[in-house]
Structures are given as C-alpha cells and as structure tokens.
Ligand binder design. Structure first.
Ligand SMILES: [Zn+2]
Length: 278
C-alpha cells in the first residue's frame, strides 16, 4: 500500500500548494498545478479517491502523519497496535477520532519553542507567531538556498527548531513543487508538519534582491519563512492571505525595507500587520 500512500501524500501537497498560491498570489497561473493534480488523481483507486476528496471537503488535510504515536491533525494518542499497523502500511487506516487517513513518519525537524508561562502577558497579533529574535534585516545569502539556510539556522539558534539541515531540505523540496515567490518582491517559503509547537514566522530582508523563483523574473527582497504544525494548516492559509494583502501595498513593503536593525524590523512588522493579523 505504500506507493498509494505516497501518491496521496503527494496529491495533498499539490492541493495545498494550489490553495497557497490562491491565498498568496491571487490570479496566479495554476494550469501547471491543475494538470499535475488531475494526472495524480487518475492513479488513485476510485473508492479511495472518493474517501480522500470527502475528507478534503471538511478541511485542508485528508492524510496526516503519525508522529510519536499521535495523530498530528487532532492530537489523539493512537493505540500502539494501530501505530504498528500504520507503520506496516499493508492497508490505509483512519484516525479513530478525526477519521483522517494516516501514514507513518519516523522523524523530522521539531519545533522546540517553549510554551508560554501562565504568568506571561497574553500575546496578540503577529507576536503570537514571531519575535524580534527572528528578524533578519540584512540577509547575507545571494541565492534562494543560502538565504533559506540562513533563516533555518536562525530558527535553530534561537531555539525554535531542533534541526536546521532537515528544515532546509524540506523547504527546498516545497519550492521544487512550485515557487513561493510572488510578484512585488515577496516570497513565502515554508515547511509544514513541524510538530511540537505553534506556527512560527521568521522575516528576512535582502538588500540586493535575489532570484527566488528560478523560472520567474521578479527579484525577491522580503522573505517570510514559516514553520507550520500539521494542525495549523488551515490557519496558515488565513495568515498567508493576510500577509499577502498587507504587503501588496508598496508603502508597507517600504516600511520593512527601511528597517536596518532587528528591533526596527520587528516594530515595522507589528505596525503594518496590526489591523489584519489579530
Ligand atoms: Zn486524528
């Protein structure tokens, strides 16, 4: 069953990438993605395909990884016998709690951010996902890979993820499906299924502009890098569309580009997103 499971996971990635394109860059060309989605769909047995699309009508995820014995979508700790069966993959199994299809994943980078203390004041807006320590006003990298490597390393150094190398590899894999660069010099690279914490955002600025999309013409200067737990997939799409909306406006982009210290960049990000991200 493993080849079919891999197909379903791949198909879901494409469907999510399509939703991301729509949220981040309305009016973008989706023909190529649509063609890949329809050709993959044909390879999946009809009854399973139907079950898969019914699950997708309820939310953005139909098949989710089991990590450390837990369904990453709903958080249910699964019976050990079920985890073994999911691992063996002779059939496709469903989560007894949320009914999503399950696949086994051994390990990946983890979010290691500490949960806030109860005595901490509640955070609002962009502060819930990011911090001044994740602002990079002067990225040194000259291309997509070096810039992403710098941002992954920052997330690791600041204690948000445990493995910068794995994170970079996953981010590049995602870029290979379809570039997350959009017109107007923005890019929204990300890695999904980083469990163990909340959605986390790092922001990097490059003074020269890099070619983030190898096939595109736009020079990217503002890079929003997001690390997303499986359960936050739907919320992520909302956040992405909020950021795209705010930074479509040149005056808001300029506020980020003018900031030359992490402190100024953080303040500019909080100010520009205050009304849209709550
Ligand atoms: Zn579940």
């Amino acid at each position: 069953m493993q080849p079919i499971i891999n197909l379903l996971v791949q198909l879901q990635e494409l469907i999510i990438a399509r939703a991301q394109q729509e949220a981040g860059m309305p009016g973008s060309q989706l023909d190529q993605l649509d063609a890949s989605i329809s050709s993959l769909t044909k390879e999946i047995p009809a009854d399973l395909g139907l079950q898969f699309s019914r699950l997708l009508q309820k939310g953005p995820l139909a098949i989710v990884p089991v990590v450390n014995g837990v369904c990453t979508a709903c958080g249910m700790a699964l019976p050990v016998s079920l985890v073994h069966k999911v691992h063996a993959a002779e059939q496709i199994y469903q989560c007894p709690s949320c009914a999503r299809l399950l696949f086994y994943r051994a390990s990946s980078a983890r979010n290691t951010r500490k949960a806030p203390r109860r005595s901490d004041p509640p955070k609002v807006g962009i502060e819930r996902f990011s911090a001044e320590t994740l602002m990079l006003p002067a990225l040194k990298g000259a291309d997509r890979e070096t810039v992403l490597a710098e941002m992954c390393q920052k997330l690791k150094d600041e204690g948000f993820v445990d493995d910068a190398g794995q994170l970079l590899e996953s981010a590049l894999k995602r870029e290979a499906i379809i570039s997350t660069a959009v017109e107007s010099g923005l890019a929204f690279p990300h890695v999904r299924s980083i469990e163990g914490g909340a959605l986390t955002l790092a922001l990097g600025i490059t003074s020269k502009g890099i070619k983030f999309d190898p096939a595109g013409k736009a020079q990217t200067r503002i890079v929003f890098f997001m690390v997303i737990p499986t359960a936050a997939s739907a919320f992520y799409l909302k956040l992405l569309s909020g950021l795209a909306q705010v930074f479509q406006k040149p005056e808001n982009r300029d506020k980020l580009l003018e900031a030359d210290t992490p402190e100024k960049l953080w303040k500019a990000l909080m100010k520009t997103t205050r009304l849209v991200i709550q």
